[in-house]
Design a protein around this ligand. Structure first.
Ligand code: AHR
Length: 316
């Protein structure tokens, strides 16, 4: 077949697909944080606005549930799969199955360690950069003062837990006055953030020996703030609080003087993901392998009360 004929045939085939309502399977991790609730809400909204039939599956934090959901989406013959992967490893086989079935997979907000030819694109922030911004903020805040930091890590084995730790360590590198003295997972939840912070406070002279908390997400920070208050200390003053996500509740805490900095992660991963899929369905346009979202630092100078008002009804 001549090249021109081949291209026309291919374009017509893609246009034929684009004319029908598309079905997309979304394997979501669960609902561990306010941020993730917002991502789910926005994905459903975006799908509805675009006339996409979204099949939603909540994995309740379990990778095996995500793998089963993806296999079920493949069996149903969906037009694409969105995957927010709970951990970074263990995806090769199921991604290969999707590829064999010619179903494009788009990763949302977290990364996998599989070869990038097993998915169409990944939408997310630079997770190492987020941690670095948090670390650099702390360096600026404490100057030359000795600072013993406790760290609440995200879900063990997840890319944000790995990368935000690395980034923060890079951000404080070369500042020997700042030291991470305790680091443990709080699994990205408010309840575990509180529980682990209680154990940190107990182990660190009732909190007197802690200068700052770095939490891999705002929900854990909010739980920790509660623990600090119950221990009779003032979060935001006695213990500095820096975290990631920019959810409404951290702005509330910031407006009340109980939190000091957060790095924004937009919950609207679906917008860029559906844009990429629609272009792909229309004429086979291949997106970049990584579609990067912004990471902005917010501090009490950035109108936290106003940010709370602006965000509180956005599905968090
Ligand atoms: O992968 C993104 C992280 O997952 C968010 O920071 C956190 O809140 C979450 O649940």
């Amino acid at each position: 077949m001549k090249l021109k004929t081949l291209l026309t045939t291919t374009a017509v085939a893609f246009m034929g697909v684009a004319a029908q309502a598309q079905t997309v399977g979304f394997s979501q991790i669960g609902s561990e944080s306010g941020w993730r609730a917002a991502e789910t809400t926005l994905t459903k909204q975006q799908a509805e606005e675009r006339g996409i039939d979204l099949k939603f599956s909540d994995a309740q934090q379990k990778q095996e549930n995500q793998i089963a959901a993806i296999r079920s989406f493949i069996a149903q013959g969906v037009d694409a799969i969105l995957l927010a992967p709970v951990v970074a490893t263990g995806w090769d086989s199921v991604l290969e199955e999707a590829k064999e079935a010619e179903i494009p997979v788009v990763l949302l907000d977290r990364r996998v360690d599989s070869s990038d030819d097993l998915y169409l694109t990944a939408v997310g922030s630079d997770l190492v950069h987020e941690g670095r911004v948090a670390g650099e903020w702390l360096v600026g805040a404490v100057g030359d003062e000795e600072c013993r930091v406790v760290e609440l890590q995200g879900t063990t084995g997840s890319s944000p837990a790995i990368d935000r730790k690395t980034g923060f360590e890079e951000g404080i590198a070369g500042h020997d006055n700042i030291e991470i003295v305790r680091s443990q997972t709080g699994d990205f939840t408010r309840a575990q953030g509180k529980e682990v912070m209680e154990s940190f406070l107990q182990a660190e002279n009732g909190g007197q020996d802690i200068c700052a908390l770095y939490a891999h997400n705002d929900d854990m920070a909010v739980g920790a703030i509660q623990a600090i208050k119950e221990a009779g200390l003032k979060p935001g003053e006695d213990i500095l609080i820096v975290s990631i996500d920019a959810v409404p509740d951290i702005f509330k805490a910031m407006a009340d003087g109980e939190a000091n900095a957060t790095v924004e992660l937009t919950p609207n991963m679906a917008g860029p993901a559906f844009d990429a899929l629609e272009a792909y369905w229309a004429d086979g346009t291949m997106p970049e392998k990584f579609i990067q979202t912004e990471s902005k630092l917010y501090t009490p100078e950035d109108d936290p009360a106003g940010e709370y008002e602006r965000r509180k009804d956005l599905g968090y």
